[in-house]
Design a protein around this ligand. Structure first.
Ligand code: SF4
Length: 327
């Protein structure tokens, strides 16, 4: 296992509010896999990723029972050692890549800066040319066709899709073991979106780089991910292999999510789309117990108590009244 997180809680503490935005969430990432982390906007997906990488501001408090990285518990290490491991082995890309790049510097300068010195062979004086060769190599690897032109361009001269490829080149320059892609294709047109997702898949297969794909796009996850975890309002509802979950979801929320996507092939022609009434509750008004309660068609009295995680038939789910149990 590359990463094994148990019961991670992220608490927001302000003068007027103290609330668990992420409530005892667990996630296991198999080395070499693509794992989808799926949820509606406001479900806490990005917050979870930032808690993992230690990039949250002081108002957020993170605790967990364990956080194993390749068998080593990060929680038992000093802050300095933990940060060293995270910055060496984990890279992250975000939505709106053009906003993440420095508008005052060329692509070549920005990719070049991400390349570690140890990757450059030859003496000190040949480093400049080796660095440029390596940047071009990275741009080619992420599928930039006009790489020479891209090398000397500024971010505002590039499309959003190209900016994301540049961000991916920067991220993979350090050869990370895990790439966290936080809504990497949000607001992109469909052809560009497919290009970026295929690129992540290619890097995963050829470089054996594990990918945590954070998205609300269930269709993309069903096509590109091996495993997935579904998050609702800061609580993990179900996780397992994508094939298994698609075939036989145990959690009512998973079932409704799948039934709301016509392309997943679960709907007959002209069937009404299944959707849940209401929306994800705001942090100030989180329901007690299972947070899906007020929207759940199967809710009963017992649901005011947070359900425990249950592992059965390759699924891990949290629900007092799971569905599809007889199959
Ligand atoms: S625990 Fe209750 S409210 Fe939550 S998903 Fe299951 S049935 Fe619905």
């Amino acid at each position: 296992m590359l990463l094994d997180v148990r019961n991670l809680t992220v608490t927001l503490k302000t003068e007027s509010l103290q609330v668990d935005a992420i409530d005892r969430m667990s996630l296991s990432l198999r080395a070499g896999s693509i794992h989808g982390l799926v949820g509606e906007t406001g479900s806490g997906k990005s917050l979870f990723a930032r808690a993992l990488t230690g990039t949250l501001s002081d108002k957020w408090h993170v605790r967990a029972d364990r956080m194993f990285w390749q068998g080593e518990d990060l929680l038992r290490l000093s802050d300095e050692r933990r940060n060293q491991i995270i910055s060496r082995d984990i890279a992250m890309i975000f939505q709106e890549p053009s906003q993440c790049l420095d508008p005052t510097r060329t692509v070549g300068e920005q990719v070049s800066e991400a390349i570690p010195n140890k990757d450059l062979s030859g003496g000190f004086f040949s480093r400049g040319s080796r660095r440029k060769e390596r940047v071009i190599e990275l741009l080619k690897r992420v599928g930039v066709k006009r790489y020479e032109q891209c090398f000397s361009s500024y971010p505002h001269e590039l499309s959003e899709g190209l900016c994301q490829k540049v961000m991916i080149a920067i991220a993979v320059a350090r050869r990370p073991k895990l790439l966290i892609a936080d809504e990497p294709t949000d607001a992109m047109e469909s052809a560009t979106k497919i290009q970026i997702l295929r690129l992540l898949q290619k890097l995963n297969q050829s470089k054996d780089m594990t990918v945590l794909l954070i998205t609300h796009d269930l269709e993309a996850v069903s096509q590109y991910a091996d495993e997935m975890t579904i998050l609702y309002s800061g609580q993990s509802v179900e996780s397992g292999s994508v094939k298994e979950l698609l075939k036989n979801p145990f959690h009512p929320y998973t079932d409704i999510l799948f039934k709301s996507i016509p392309k997943l092939g679960k709907l007959e022609a002209k069937t009404r789309l299944n959707t849940l009434p209401g929306s994800v509750p705001p942090l100030q008004h989180l329901p007690t117990g299972c947070r899906l309660g007020p929207r759940c068609p199967n809710a009963q009295k017992e649901c005011v108590v947070t359900p425990k995680s249950v592992k059965t038939k390759g699924h891990i789910f949290s629900c007092h009244y799971p569905i599809n149990q007889s199959k």
